[in-house]
Design a protein. Structure first.
Length: 176
């Protein structure tokens, strides 16, 4: 199936609900001060368009060739009553014993896409983290999927919608 890669336009789904307040320079600066990091410019540009939501280009390929997805991306929120806040995401990281130096872009608690600030304060790599059940104790597997957020954006793609006319009839379904 043909993949259509993200090329700088229509990142956010139009129909997705935006649960966080629109972003401002002051909010970005406050978030960076609280976290002690510098957010990537490419991330800031996207959240200025829309402060989090569903993605038009949700898929990426891991180094082993497996296709994964990030269905939505967190924006920046400092107020817990407005949605998932940066501080509540830090609590989530602590709860599952992941490093506090991660900036969470998306998570379902078993899989994570994060900016990894463990060794830098700016332009961090993007990691995909998943639970590893191959040991007696569940551990985390860290997979670098991009050297920077801008590189990660170039890896995102979408699949074209299925055309019912090109689908073969399934077994058990009557042909008409």
């Amino acid at each position: 199936m043909k993949q259509e890669f993200y090329r700088g336009k229509n990142f956010w789904k139009d129909n997705s609900e935006q649960t966080m307040s629109p972003i401002s320079e002051e909010l970005i600066k406050n978030a960076e001060d609280i976290l002690g990091i510098k957010l990537p410019l490419s991330y800031i540009e996207l959240i200025k368009q829309k402060n989090g939501g569903e993605l038009n280009y949700p898929y990426f390929i891991l180094p082993d060739g497996q296709r994964e997805s990030i269905p939505n991306m967190e924006g920046i929120c400092l107020a817990p009553d407005e949605g998932t806040s940066i501080l509540s995401l830090k609590e989530m990281l602590q709860e599952v014993q992941l490093p506090q130096e991660f900036f969470v872009l998306w998570s379902d608690f078993h899989h994570w896409v994060v900016l990894d600030y463990r060794h830098t304060k700016s332009e961090p790599p993007v990691l995909y983290i998943r639970e590893n059940y191959s040991c007696e104790d569940v551990t985390w597997e860290f997979i670098e999927i991009a050297h920077s957020f801008a590189d990660f954006l170039h890896q995102l793609f979408r699949l074209p919608p299925l055309n019912p006319k090109t689908l073969k009839p399934s077994y058990g379904r009557n042909k008409q």
